[in-house]
Design a protein around this ligand. Structure first.
Ligand SMILES: Nc1ncnc2c1ncn2[C@@H]1O[C@H](COP(=O)(O)OP(=O)(O)OP(=O)(O)O)[C@@H](O)[C@H]1O
Ligand SMILES: [Mg+2]
Length: 259
């Protein structure tokens, strides 16, 4: 394939110029980071799994009317997406107390929330992605009132849909992070779902055992990261492409059961 122009290299993905104006190619790396990139590592095969899982989830969300940047998957590690102007806000949706919420407020991890909580974080690595409120978002013009409403509304719809999807395969959707972006129709900016939805940005716990099937395995040095991501893909009815997939899958079972 001809060399493409690289637009951006992030911690988990690389963006290349797409084949047509307004498109990009999103390449999923195996690199993993945690705690604002203070912890770095690689999870062999993660990129392939996240590409596939995110494709699947975005396709299903598109099917219920959520506008997304996803166009189509190109190969094991790449997908074609619509280029957006990213809103510099991470939208976090929580159903169960975990991670920073547990630490900040001293509430035991695993406590179910009486109602879903939506939080906003300003995307700025140098500042450590600080939590902000809608007041800050509006005051600093990171999004306007209508955009904020659209993002919150879509976040709740995504949560309702994904909670059900995962519950159906024995997984508890504890929390997750979304990113949104603007696409322009003449002068009118419309908000669509962007980035990725994968075990990198979700907390997914096995309903029966409570086992973590997400990036917390990496954050907390639990091991079995790839096996966990594979288990999620397998339960979603996906199967990684490639000759080793059957072998890897058997191994994933062994490792997860053995831990
Ligand atoms: N459709 C899109 N158009 C333009 N940019 C996008 C789109 N979808 C995702 N992005 C951006 O592409 C980058 C994806 O790379 P990656 O997830 O590795 O970044 P990151 O290391 O998390 O960095 P960042 O702090 O910028 O999010 C992110 O900056 C994300 O906001
Ligand atoms: Mg990212």
């Amino acid at each position: 394939m001809a060399r493409r122009r690289q637009i951006y290299e992030g911690k988990a993905k690389i963006l290349y110029e797409g084949p047509e104006p307004g498109t990009l190619i999103q390449y999923f790396k195996d690199d993993a980071t945690a705690f604002n990139a203070q912890k770095k590592g690689t999870i062999n095969g993660k990129g392939v799994l996240n590409n596939r899982i995110s494709e699947h989830v975005f396709t299903l969300l598109g099917g219920i009317g959520i506008p997304t940047h996803f166009i189509r998957r190109l190969n094991m590690r790449e997908q074609l997406i619509r280029q957006v102007e990213i809103v510099p806000i991470e939208v976090v949706v929580r159903n169960v107390v975990a991670g920073s919420l547990s630490k900040r407020l001293g509430i035991e991890e695993g406590t179910p929330l009486p109602r879903t909580i939506v939080e906003y974080y300003y995307k700025d690595d140098a500042l450590g992605d600080p939590m902000v409120t809608d007041e800050h978002i509006l005051a600093f013009g990171w999004a306007n009132q209508e955009e904020l409403h659209d993002m919150a509304d879509m976040a709740i719809r995504v949560n309702d849909f994904l909670s059900g999807l995962f519950a159906g395969i024995g997984i508890r959707l504890v929390d997750f992070k979304l990113e949104f972006g603007r696409i322009w129709d003449n002068d009118y900016g419309r908000i669509i779902l962007a980035d990725e939805i994968s075990p990198d940005g979700c907390r997914l716990w096995d309903i029966q055992s409570g086992e973590k099937l997400d990036k917390d395995r990496f954050r907390r040095d639990l091991g079995g990261e790839v096996e966990a991501y594979q288990e999620v893909a397998r339960r979603l009815g996906l199967f990684p492409e490639g000759p080793d997939s059957a072998v890897l899958d058997l191994e994933s079972h062994r490792k997860l059961r053995g831990k």
